[in-house]
Design a protein around this ligand. Structure first.
Ligand code: NAI
Ligand code: 13P
Length: 336
């Protein structure tokens, strides 16, 4: 049987790593990116020094020619920053095969529409949501690129398409679990970045593990509350895409969101922190769209509101902590 043909759109850290995961799973992979030098280096030298320094990649094609990358691809993986997904995909729509399954690796919510990435993909490519699969879990690219073991969630309303995507990425170090709760899985991925910003802010300010444990736990409640209001399944939040990814992102210095939050907690301006962090930290922009989404649905998200206030309204981390702790007393509930 011939290998499953796959195209990965986005040659940054996660796109390149996921191309490696699929190549190691036996797929015939082409990586597409806008940077000619990166494409040449991946194809000719099996390296992507800018995003994955020191990593030796398996054999794969790499190109800046989208038509060539997408021609014949049964699985199309999207790994670009959330805020540019719509316009990038609209430009590539004519090249996507009519039977392709499209996989989102993106963990963000679109500003201005407050839509999840599966919704953005379906609209931009004019395809049904049944053909859009979401992959999300504790998946720090730089660990996976050295083939360290991890698992993930592969969610789609169509079970066969979820299974196809899971088979395309299943290998000896990467274990996918299928799920049909796309809303829950996507919200977990987007909101955990905001919670990681908050944890980083506290750590940068000099607060210890009690503060981090509190923010992570109450952060999970906040994600769950939004998810329930939007129709997600409560079990998803205790799973790999929820608790699993919160732990990885909030604890690891490899997380860009956590790192950026730490810089802010140490007193850097947002502009300086963005430059110091370098690559994509989705929570910075998605904090505003998530807060807006929560307000539209009447959901209280105090940590997210605090992150927005610190990033965009000049609130100090000390004042954010004071505001969170001075809220009215209530009984603890893991879901509310
Ligand atoms: N890096 C990680 O560990 C993980 C990242 N993700 C998610 O994957 C998505 C992509 O993130 P990364 O690969 O980490 O970001 P990155 O910053 O490493 O790479 C982003 C890539 O997108 C490209 N890009 C930017 N604007 C573009 C445009 N207009 N058209 C085409 N390409 C464009 C950049 O050139 C770069 O190659 C994000 O939503 C992120 O939250 C999810 C799980 C793990
Ligand atoms: O989503 C991630 C790990 O699962 C990556 O987190 P960062 O985008 O914060 O680096």
């Amino acid at each position: 049987m011939s290998a499953l043909q796959a195209a990965v759109l986005g040659s940054g850290s996660w796109g390149t790593t996921f191309a490696m995961v699929m190549a190691d799973a036996g797929c015939d992979v082409t990586l597409w990116g806008r940077d000619e030098a990166v494409a040449r280096e991946v194809a000719d030298e099996r390296r992507n020094a800018k995003y994955l320094p020191g990593v030796e990649l398996p054999a794969m094609r790499a190109t800046t020619d989208a038509a060539a990358a997408l021609s014949g691809a049964r699985v199309v993986v999207v790994a670009i920053p959330s805020q540019v997904a719509r316009r990038t995909l609209e430009g590539l729509r004519e090249h996507v095969e009519p039977d392709a399954v499209v996989v989102s690796l993106m963990k963000g919510i679109e500003l201005s529409t407050d839509k999840r990435m599966s919704q953005v993909i379906a609209e931009a490519l004019d395809i049904s949501l049944d053909r859009v699969v979401v992959v999300s879990g504790p998946n720090l690219a730089k660990e996976i690129a050295t083939r360290q073991p991890t698992a993930t969630v592969v969610a789609c309303p169509d079970e066969a398409n979820a299974r196809l995507a899971a088979e395309a990425c299943s290998n000896s170090y990467f274990r996918p679990y299928t799920n049909s709760d796309v809303v829950g899985v996507e919200l977990c991925g987007a909101v955990k970045n905001i919670i990681a910003l908050a944890v980083g802010m506290g750590q940068g300010r000099g607060f210890g593990w009690n503060t981090s444990g509190t923010v992570i736990t109450r952060g999970l409640v906040e994600i769950t509350r939004l998810g329930r209001a939007l129709g997600a399944q409560p079990e998803t939040f205790a799973g790999l895409a929820g608790m699993g990814d919160l732990v990885a992102t909030c604890a690891s210095p490899l997380s860009r969101n956590h790192t950026l939050g730490k810089y802010i907690g140490q007193g850097m301006t947002l502009d300086d922190a963005l430059v110091a962090t370098g690559t994509t930290a989705e929570g910075v922009k998605s904090s505003r769209s998530v807060l807006e989404l929560a307000q539209k649905h009447g959901v209280d998200m105090p940590i997210t509101a605090g992150v927005v206030a610190v990033l965009y309204e000049g609130m100090s981390v000390d004042d954010m902590a004071r505001a969170l702790l001075s809220r009215p007393q209530k009984a603890e509930s893991a879901a509310d």
